[in-house]
Design a protein. Structure first.
Lengths: 112, 120
């Protein structure tokens, strides 16, 4: 299975400051169809996951433009330009290129 | 508006069988994959399997193959996850999700989760 390794695992951030989470894959996530199926999710406490970013950098509907995704091959990054209280939760990267799909272990963002 | 509505909390004993459900509302059920994701207490997310309702193409995570069965009833826009013999280690929240190929389309929706508790 493809292993996704996130860093850091815990991320305390002051409101208004930027934050960045990395996701490193054990294999290149480029698909033969030309796409790279790397997504980012946020799971708030007691809630199901909500997808924020798909195919590396495309924002889902309703996701603030404070969130951005980038990367290629085996290294990907989620950036939040200015953290707000509503951003608290666990962030997961997920790859859909290979079956079984796999998630990273999660990064817990908390407000300082 | 799109919704995935899952069945309620289940409390079972080891060895018992169980079938939980996920009903798709507000979209064409057969146009998108349905997947099941497990979250054990305090842990991360794991894919159990996916099914394409239009042709019943089903794929299982090898880690779960043989232990769970995924199915759909297109007449009522409902997907199922079932066990014939539960283990205590099946205790978890199970989410269903409806999405495009490889999880890479602009359509991605999750159910509210079903808590399954297995204990003697």
């Amino acid at each position: 299975d493809v292993v996704l390794t996130q860093s850091p695992l815990s991320l305390p951030v002051t409101p208004g400051q930027p934050a960045s989470i990395s996701c490193r894959s054990s294999q290149s996530l480029g698909h033969s169809d030309g796409n790279t199926y790397l997504n980012w999710f946020l799971q708030r406490p007691g809630q199901p996951p909500r997808r924020l970013i798909y195919k590396v950098s495309l924002r889902d509907s309703g996701v603030p433009d404070r969130f951005s995704g980038s990367g290629s091959g085996t290294y990907f990054t989620l950036k939040i330009s200015r953290v707000e209280a509503a951003d608290v939760g666990v962030y997961y990267c997920m790859q859909g290129t290979f079956w079984p799909r796999t998630f990273g272990q999660g990064t817990k963002l908390e407000i300082k | 508006e799109v919704h995935l509505v899952q069945s309620g909390t289940e409390v079972k004993k080891p060895g018992e069988s169980l079938k939980i459900s996920c009903r798709g509302i507000g979209y064409t059920f057969t146009d998108f994959w349905i997947g099941w994701v497990r979250q054990m207490p305090g842990k991360g997310l794991e894919w159990l399997g996916i099914i394409y309702p239009d042709d019943f193409d089903t794929r299982y995570n090898p880690s779960f193959q043989g232990h769970v069965t995924i199915s759909v009833d297109n007449s009522i826009n409902t997907a199922y996850l079932q066990w014939s013999s539960l283990l205590a280690s099946d205790t978890a929240v199970y989410y269903c999700t409806s999405h495009g190929n490889y999880g890479g389309s602009d359509f991605d929706n999750w159910g509210q989760g079903t808590l399954v508790s297995v204990s003697s």
